[in-house]
Design a protein. Structure first.
Length: 337
């Protein structure tokens, strides 16, 4: 491995980690000319909470929004059923024609995209994510650590939601959908005309080969949908929505995904389905966390208004005293504000 390759990898990882800081600086510059301080300002302009308060609020949103994540995914699917039906129909057609498409992909993409990224420390130590996944894992961890140090709430939420996106992608694809669809992986050399090597197949319609759930990754597991495509697109969608920038997140995950691309061993339909599913997961997570933040802000505002009303409430004291004289006997009510 050349020194230039190592330098390029270090620079690439640095871009992933420092990108949120650039986004924070951009938000500050854009918000600076605003004169109306009563408007809703980004967290770089508003009066900030302390480091612990910001971290606590981020973690609170992260936890409380979790039950609503899947509700938001369902809402996104149901909001435009025509679009959902079109996506499902497109994936079905792609699966039907997957053999010639995947064969072309193997011959023209996998054979020509052959760059590698240097292996990072700790890569391959997890049975769930391995190799180049460490670039994504380290970038998310670096983003969270840097955002904690910089008291940057958006960065903390982006990192937390990205970690949640990785977890959901694993549970939905690797544990659930792959076990249900149980599609065999394609032979890595479909165009050679030879019988497929075990455990691969040359039949794209070879579904429902049920076996024990494979909690790890590799050729012995089933293929539909691609867990890596799901996870990478889910994280990219989270980052894009949080920082309002699509080029850097999607560009970064594309570079990571296509490094050592032939190791994925997927039908093209697996990867397209995974990308669409990951987009849904990422959008649902961010939408849910924003909805929870809105509810928390509204609750805080109601409590504030209740406090103000209580503060300005008219208080009074009263006393009831006996009144006895030569002319009458009774009670006297004395009220003081």
């Amino acid at each position: 491995m050349t020194i230039l390759t190592k330098i390029a990898a270090i620079l690439f990882l640095s871009i992933l980690i420092t990108f949120p800081g650039l986004a924070q600086q951009r938000d500050s510059i854009k918000a600076a000319p605003m004169a109306d301080t009563t408007s809703v300002l980004p967290d770089t302009m508003a009066v900030k909470d302390g480091h612990l308060q910001t971290a606590g609020k981020s973690l609170k949103t992260f936890v409380l929004s979790t039950p609503g994540d899947f509700a938001q995914m369902g809402h996104i699917l149901g909001k435009d059923w025509r679009k959902t039906a079109a996506y499902l129909g497109g994936i079905s057609l792609l699966v039907l024609a997957d053999k010639p498409i995947t064969q072309w992909y193997q011959d023209h993409v996998e054979k020509n995209v052959n760059y590698k990224l240097p292996k990072l420390p700790g890569a391959g130590s997890s049975r769930f994510f391995y190799g180049n996944d460490a670039y994504l894992d380290y970038a998310i961890a670096g983003l969270y650590a840097g955002s904690l140090a910089g008291n940057y709430k958006t960065g903390q939420m982006a990192a937390l939601n990205s970690a949640k996106a990785l977890a959901y992608s694993y549970l939905i694809t690797q544990v659930t959908l792959k076990a249900i669809f149980a599609r065999e992986r394609p032979d890595p050399t479909l165009s050679d005309g030879k019988p497929p090597r075990k455990p691969y197949t040359d039949n794209p319609h070879d579904f429902f080969n049920f076996r024990a759930i494979n909690f790890g990754t590799g050729p012995t597991g089933t293929s539909f949908p691609s867990m890596h495509a799901t996870a990478y697109f889910a994280v990219a969608k989270v980052m894009a929505m949080e920082f309002h920038n699509y080029w850097i997140p999607y560009g970064a995950v594309t570079v990571i995904f296509f490094a050592d691309v032939d190791s994925h061993q997927h039908w093209v339909g697996d990867m397209v389905a995974g990308g669409l599913l990951g987009t849904l997961i990422g959008q649902g997570i961010v939408s849910s966390s924003r909805l929870m933040e809105k509810k928390q802000a509204e609750k805080k505002e109601r409590e504030k208004q209740m406090g103000i009303n209580h503060k300005h409430k008219i208080d009074f004291n009263y006393q009831v005293l006996p009144a006895i004289s030569t002319n009458m006997t009774g009670l006297t009510l004395a009220v003081s504000l």
